[in-house]
Design a protein around this ligand. Structure first.
Ligand code: 6GU
Length: 227
């Protein structure tokens, strides 16, 4: 079973996403276990301090290395990690390829940043991979971690009900997904394309591929010109 530990100063932010959605299904099926660890438990002194002013001056507090190091050491006593991932806007941008790669791993540790960031030495000494979820700034890494873990969890074989459904996602083949329809076949004169009602599956697959290509050209030409 895949295991993902998440270190956070705001574990409440992660409870909702992990208790519901696809991740709950994955946990119930014994395919993925996600555990959130409260960094506050490792804070320094009676105030359980986690952050301090930055050397050299400047606005914003920085997360100290000692609580993070203690927390990681505790977790490493139980598990060996394939990757220690730091969620940060200056990391590599998450895409389907990264989610695919990480879904094949056994144990992951995900560290959520807060405040102005974490002491650079945490990154040098512990972090093996740095991931962002896009070019905008969130107040903390928690929501980004929820996105990352969801994108990984749904790719673990057996998590999704229909085994093939992750394969037909947008991006899985480098293209956007084609349009889909369900009942009624005619909604107030707005009809479902005839081909989908034809029962001719090879033709339907061809149509879907054409639609994927058309949609990708129109909306995301960058996906077609890469590599
Ligand atoms: Cl991983 N963290 C924060 N704080 N903001 C982000 C992000 C991560 N990815 C995009 N924006």
């Amino acid at each position: 079973m895949m295991h993902i530990d998440v270190i956070s100063v705001m574990p409440e932010l992660l409870e909702g996403p992990f208790a519901h959605s696809i991740l709950k299904r994955a946990a119930d099926k014994g395919l993925l276990q996600v555990e959130v660890h409260n960094l506050r438990d490792y804070g320094l002194g009676k105030h359980r301090q986690l952050d301090d002013y930055q050397y050299g001056g400047g606005a914003g507090m920085v997360m100290m290395i000692e609580p993070i190091a203690k927390c990681i050491a505790d977790l490493q006593a139980k598990r060996t990690y394939d990757e220690i991932i730091y969620m940060t806007p200056d990391g590599e941008t998450l895409d389907q390829g990264i989610a695919n790669q990480l879904s094949l791993k056994g144990n992951l540790l995900v560290l959520c940043g807060h405040y102005k960031g974490i002491d650079e030495r945490v990154r040098q000494l512990y972090v093996t991979r740095e991931i962002s979820i896009g070019d905008y700034v969130l107040s903390g890494g928690e929501l980004a971690a929820a996105v990352l873990v969801d994108s990984i969890g749904r790719l673990i074989p057996g998590v999704l009900g229909d085994e093939s459904s992750a394969l037909t996602d947008s991006f899985q083949d480098g293209l956007l997904a084609p349009p889909v329809y369900t009942r009624p076949a005619d909604y107030d004169g707005h009809k479902v394309p005839d081909i989908l009602l034809s029962g001719n599956f090879p033709k339907i697959e061809e149509w879907r591929y054409e639609q994927s290509l058309k949609r990708t050209k129109e909306r995301r030409p960058d996906l077609l010109s890469e590599d």
